[in-house]
Design a protein around this ligand. Structure first.
Ligand SMILES: Cc1cc2nc3c(=O)[nH]c(=O)nc-3n(C[C@H](O)[C@H](O)[C@H](O)COP(=O)(O)OP(=O)(O)OC[C@H]3O[C@@H](n4cnc5c(N)ncnc54)[C@H](O)[C@@H]3O)c2cc1C
Length: 293
């Protein structure tokens, strides 16, 4: 039986209370959201926090709302709420795609978007999605609030720029005209982590790709974002030749490792194929040719 090392437990009643608790406990203190990543890590003794601050009562962090030109998602929003939100599906079908293939209903009922992004697992799906959509994340600390681009949230695997004493509170997604987005994932079994996955977003203007986001999951791409592929798409008319070029660049730029999920060359091939598929579906959605729900 796997049992975590000893720890103390506090339950925050508000964001300010959570910040006070973080301040009064030492640096080996972690926030507890859904617990679906943290508790397994503690049981395996890969994480040994001295104190857990439970934020599950912070209902002010559990929301999905739009204020015209952006969708705001609270950090404590559960996977299930994201999967079921019509507003999310309408503006960002890539999120709905991803949520349908994250884990199983038990994990989706408790796991949160904030916990997913802060876990910074390279195989985690929502970080790719948020990077592809050019999200910003809001971080609260003792000195107030700061907002950073999603691509600056992760320092590397399992490491973020959220300092001790800070809380990720919100994810902001820009709502822009002419948008379409999609997520494509290949897993060994239903509900498994990705062998490889790709996210794509296109913003069309006058028949051309005014801007594009391309991201990859679980294949060792720096910060998950395929910047050369994105550049290759900008200003071009959408079509299979353009998508193939972007897919080739994304596959070249990733650095997968061989493991129990498959050999590196297979994952690299898969990455390119999934970028092509995601771009096709994102474009079809931008053109109103494919349902977003
Ligand atoms: C069996 C299984 C299968 C899974 N499959 C997938 C999958 O296919 N794809 C996928 O993407 N994920 C998968 N997951 C992970 C799942 O999405 C988790 O819910 C998620 O990674 C973590 O969310 P959480 O709310 O449980 O975070 P927790 O486990 O509570 O926390 C994770 C980390 O984030 C920190 N944290 C949490 N919230 C905040 C905050 N607001 N501010 C600052 N730090 C914070 C915690 O201190 C901890 O370090 C799987 C999990 C399990 C158990």
């Amino acid at each position: 039986m796997q049992i975590p090392a000893e720890f103390s437990y506090e339950r925050a009643t508000s964001i300010d209370h959570a910040l006070e608790l973080l301040k009064s406990h030492g640096p080996e203190t972690l926030l507890l959201a859904g617990g679906h990543s943290l508790l397994p890590m503690m049981k395996l003794r890969l994480a040994r926090p001295e104190c857990l601050i439970d934020i599950n009562d912070l209902h002010e962090l559990d929301f999905i709302s739009s204020d015209g030109d952006r969708l705001r998602i609270g950090a404590l929003t559960r996977h299930r709420a994201l999967a079921e939100s019509e507003e999310v599906a309408r503006h960002f079908p890539i999120i709905t795609d991803a949520e349908r293939v994250i884990a199983d209903p038990v994990v989706r009922n408790r796991g949160t978007i904030g916990g997913s992004l802060c876990q910074a697992d390279p195989a985690e799906d929502l970080s790719t999605v948020c990077g592809t959509l050019r999200a910003e994340v809001v971080i609260r600390g003792p000195d107030g609030e700061r907002t950073i681009p999603m691509v600056e949230l992760h320092r590397g695997p399992y490491e973020t720029t959220v300092a001790h004493g800070e809380i990720l509170t919100e994810i902001r997604l820009p709502i822009r005209p002419g948008a379409g987005s999609a997520y494509e994932k290949v897993e060994r079994r239903v509900g498994d982590w990705a062998i490889a996955a790709a996210g794509a977003a296109v913003w069309l203007d006058d028949g051309r790709i005014a801007d594009a986001g391309v991201g990859l999951t679980a294949v060792g791409l720096d910060r998950g974002t395929a910047t050369r592929a994105e550049e290759a798409l900008r200003g071009r008319a959408p079509g299979d030749d353009v998508f193939a070029e972007a897919a080739r660049l994304a596959a070249e730029d990733c650095d997968p490792v061989s493991d129990q999920r498959g050999p590196a060359d297979y994952k690299r091939h898969l990455a390119g194929e999934l970028v092509t598929r995601a771009l096709r579906r994102a474009t079809a959605r931008a053109l109103g040719q494919e349902s977003t729900t």
